[in-house]
Design a protein around this ligand. Structure first.
Ligand SMILES: [Zn+2]
Ligand SMILES: [Zn+2]
Length: 161
């Protein structure tokens, strides 16, 4: 570890991302972007847990504010799977979808088959100009499937992790 934080290329990248989205660069915003890079599909609470370690004194509210600013600026996308807290990611504008494990909550990106929104067309659009189709595939992830095969004890362990 020889590079100072200022010359860390990743840090430079996060500052550039913020500026590119028209946002002022602050330590807490940069830390939230870095946390999102390492933890895509994280909730505000999850991200706060990460950011609080690198920027002591950061409040949960400031993380919420930063995430709201990111979404408004088009830097981040918020997905809201039914019954779960909102999840944030930096992968925007490609109309990708998500696979979510209904047991442990794991989230995977799934490329949009068509590649442009809306990838699904309603049988009857009722005169609406349809702009987006949000698709969430729910299922059981491989880890949970394996745990279920291994018996109830292993399943409990997988659910707790
Ligand atoms: Zn799972
Ligand atoms: Zn995603």
């Amino acid at each position: 570890m020889t590079s100072h934080a200022r010359t860390d290329p990743r840090t430079g990248d996060t500052a550039a991302r913020l500026r590119g989205a028209g946002l002022r660069v602050t330590d807490s915003r940069r830390a939230v972007v870095e946390a999102l890079l390492e933890h895509p599909h994280a909730s505000a609470d999850d991200l706060f847990g990460v950011v609080a370690q690198t920027v002591p004194g950061t409040s949960l509210q400031s993380v919420y504010n930063a995430l709201g600013d990111f979404v408004d600026a088009g830097l981040a996308r918020r997905i809201e799977p039914a019954g779960r807290p909102g999840l944030f990611e930096l992968r925007v504008d490609d109309n990708h979808h998500h696979l979510i494990c209904s047991r442990c909550g794991a989230v995977e990106d799934v490329d949009c088959v068509v590649g442009a929104a809306p990838c699904l067309t309603p049988s009857d659009a009722h005169g609406y100009a349809v702009q987006v189709a949000e698709v969430t595939f729910w299922g059981i992830c491989p880890a949970c499937s394996a745990a279920a095969d291994a018996g109830p004890g292993a399943r409990a362990e997988a659910a707790a992790s």
